[in-house]
Write a protein that binds this ligand. Structure first.
Ligand code: SF4
Length: 77
C-alpha cells in the first residue's frame, strides 16, 4: 500500500492513534467499525479524527507539542 510519508513527530501521533484503534473494535481487515476506513492509512492523516472521539484532528503545531510531551514523559519515567 502506498503510504503517506510522516515526519518523526507525526509518526509518534500515528502510533498513539493506532494503539487506541487496536483496543477498539477494529475489523479483521483493520477497518474502523464506524467510518469503515482502513485505519493504518487514516491514522496517518493528521487532520483526520476518530468518529467516537478516541483521538482528534491535529494541526502541525499540535503534532509537535504532542511529540514534545511524549519525549518529556519518556525522559521522566
Ligand atoms: S477510529 Fe475510533 S472508532 Fe474507529 S477503530 Fe479507531 S478508535 Fe475505534
Amino acid at each position: 500500500m502506498g503510504m503517506i510519508k510522516l515526519t518523526p513527530e507525526e509518526a509518534l501521533v500515528q502510533r498513539a492513534r493506532i494503539s487506541l484503534c487496536e483496543e477498539c473494535d477494529l475489523t479483521p481487515r483493520r477497518r474502523c467499525p464506524d467510518c469503515g476506513c482502513f485505519m493504518d492509512l487514516k491514522t496517518r492523516i493528521m487532520g483526520a479524527k476518530c468518529p467516537r472521539g478516541e483521538w482528534v484532528a491535529m494541526s502541525k503545531t499540535e503534532v509537535i507539542e504532542f511529540a514534545y510531551s511524549t519525549a518529556v514523559a519518556l525522559e521522566t519515567d
